[in-house]
Ligand binder design. Structure first.
Ligand code: 8X3
Length: 249
């Protein structure tokens, strides 16, 4: 029988690429997201193996309605990919909008734990797997990363905590921490500024969504006794800078 995976935020980027990867391998895929028309387009592309569940991850009531309405063949979820998330803004904390911060926390933290909480009983019953999409921003603070990086550090630590809580239950949990990847993510972060997008990715040979989809597929298809705890992945063109030191004039 085909296995079933639920991918949050499947309307673009990592999520859409991951949906394609798992359907290609014969899985049943539930893709969630706010934009129903994008999910319809994925359904048209991927066929009967794909089910689009349109809801906003910050709307728990809508989430519960969509989960209760999962069709036959999609009800038993073996793998949860917590991919829905966003970054808003690149300004230092004093210039950041509080509403951007609360939106990131609502989606990246509250939405993620809400979906996880509702799916956990089934994942335990099926000895399933949870793959959480964190970020290199969880490990490497950078100017303008502030609340975004903090939400991803939460995702990483929550993943490790889940591992501990699920000890002995046969459920696998992984935190994947991608670096610079070319996707809508940056347009959302910069308020749709195409010039900023082009400047960031120009000549950078960044990761592509299918690189992350391949990583998620590898993690989720390891033998049942193998748990990848965390996995950080960057393009070769990205690395680390030193500490900054401010000097009085
Ligand atoms: C974002 C990764 O490298 O663009 O999750 O900050 S990076």
């Amino acid at each position: 029988m085909a296995k079933t995976i639920l991918i949050s935020g499947a309307t673009a980027g990592f999520g859409a690429a991951t949906a394609r990867r798992f359907v290609q391998a014969g899985w049943h895929v539930i893709g969630t997201g706010r934009r129903a028309e994008r999910l319809d387009a994925l359904k048209a592309e991927l066929g009967e193996a794909f089910h689009g569940a349109a809801f906003d991850i910050t709307d728990e009531a809508a989430m519960l309605v969509a989960l209760a309405a999962l069709p036959e063949g999609f009800k038993g979820i073996d793998v949860l990919v917590n991919n829905a998330g966003l970054a808003l803004g690149t300004k230092p904390a004093p210039q950041s909008a509080l509403s951007d911060w609360t939106t990131m926390i609502g989606t990246n933290v509250t939405g993620l734990v809400t979906l996880t909480h509702h799916l956990l009983p089934g994942l335990v019953e099926r000895k399933g797997a949870i793959v959480n999409i964190a970020s290199v921003a969880a490990n490497w603070p950078y100017s303008g990363g502030n609340v975004y990086g903090a939400t991803k550090a939460f995702v990483q630590q929550f993943s490790l905590g889940l591992r501990s809580d699920l000890h002995g239950k046969g459920v696998r949990v992984t935190s994947i921490e991608p670096g610079l990847c070319e996707s809508e993510f940056t347009l959302v972060r910069n308020g749709g500024d195409q010039k900023a997008y082009d400047a960031l990715y120009g000549g950078a040979n960044a990761l592509q969504p299918h690189d992350i989809a391949e990583t998620i597929f590898w993690v989720a298809t390891q033998p049942a006794h193998v748990n990848v705890n965390s996995l950080e992945i960057m393009p070769v063109s990205q690395s680390f800078a030193g500490f900054q030191v401010h000097r009085e004039a």
